[in-house]
Design a protein around this ligand. Sequence first.
Ligand SMILES: [Zn+2]
Length: 314
Amino acid sequence: MPIGIDLGGTKIAGIRMADDGCVLSENRIATPKNDYRATLDAIVELVTSLDGGEDMPIGIGTPGACVPGLQIMQNCNSEWLNGKRLLPDLETRLGKRVRMANDADCFALSEAHFGAGRGYTSVFGVILGTGVGGGFVVEGRLLSGPNALTGEWGHTPLPYFRQRSREAFREDEHVNELLDALECALSPRTCYCGRLNCIETFLSGPGLARTHESLWGDARTPEELAAALDDEARKTFDLYCHMLARSLAQVVNIVDPHVIVLGGGLSKIDRLYPRLSDLIARYTFSGRCKTPILAPVGGDASGVRGAAWVWLDA
Ligand SMILES: [Zn+2]
C-alpha cells in the first residue's frame, strides 16, 4: 500500500493508494517556493499525515530528474531543486527507501494503467501546463534511458518556427498564410534551461499567454484565453494548435505511440481535441495520423497516482 507524492503542481499533492490503484486518502500542501529545506519539511509533513505511523513505501514524482549515478536533481523548472540530493535527503529525513520519477512519467504511468491509455500497447503522456513534458509507457512500463531524458520533447526547438521570413515558407503547402504572418511577428524566446525557442516557451500555459500578449498587446491568463471566443483569442488559439501539432508530429515520427494522452492545465481545453489528429497528419512523414489524442481520465490526481505506482511497478 504505497504513498504517492507529486511535486509537479502549484501544490504538493499526496495520496495513500491501495495496491489495486484505489485512492484511500489524500492531502495537499502549498509548495514552498525557492526554499529547498522548506520543501523537504513539507514533503515529510505530507507523508506523516498520510502514513498514520505505518511503514509504507513512498513514490515521488518530481519536476526534472535525478541524474543517474550522481543522485542530484537536474532540469527542474522548480529551479531551487536543481543540484540538490533530493532522493538521499528524503530517505534520511523519512528513514525509509524512496523511489522517484519525473512527474510527466508519473502522469503517463497513471493514464496507462488507470486512465485514457488503458488497453493501448504504448502511451505517450504529455504535460501541457506551467511546463511542457512527457513520458512514454510501453506495455505498462516506463521507457527510460541512460540520460533520464525520455519524453522531454518540451526542450527541443519548436519545429518550423517561422520567425524570419515568410518568403522562405511560401512554397510550403502546409503553411496557413494568416497564421504564418502571426508567427513571424513573434520574437525569439529564451527558455529557463538556457536554450532558445524551446517548445515549452510556446506551448506551456505561460507560453500561450505570452504569444497572445505579443500579438495583440492584451494580457490574459491561459484560462481566460481558452474560454474566449473573440477573433483575436481565436487566432492565438489556432496558432497554438498548429504549433502543438507540428511538435507532436515529431513525436509520432520517432516513437509512433498507440495513443497520446494530454495532461496539465491546458488539457482541459475541450476544443483542442477534435482537430489535433488532422493537424498532426500535415506534419508526419506519411501525411497520416491515426493516433488517438485523448483527454486524461485521472485529471489532477493522475500524477500523484503514477507516483505511487512507481513503487508497485518496481
Ligand atoms: Zn528549454
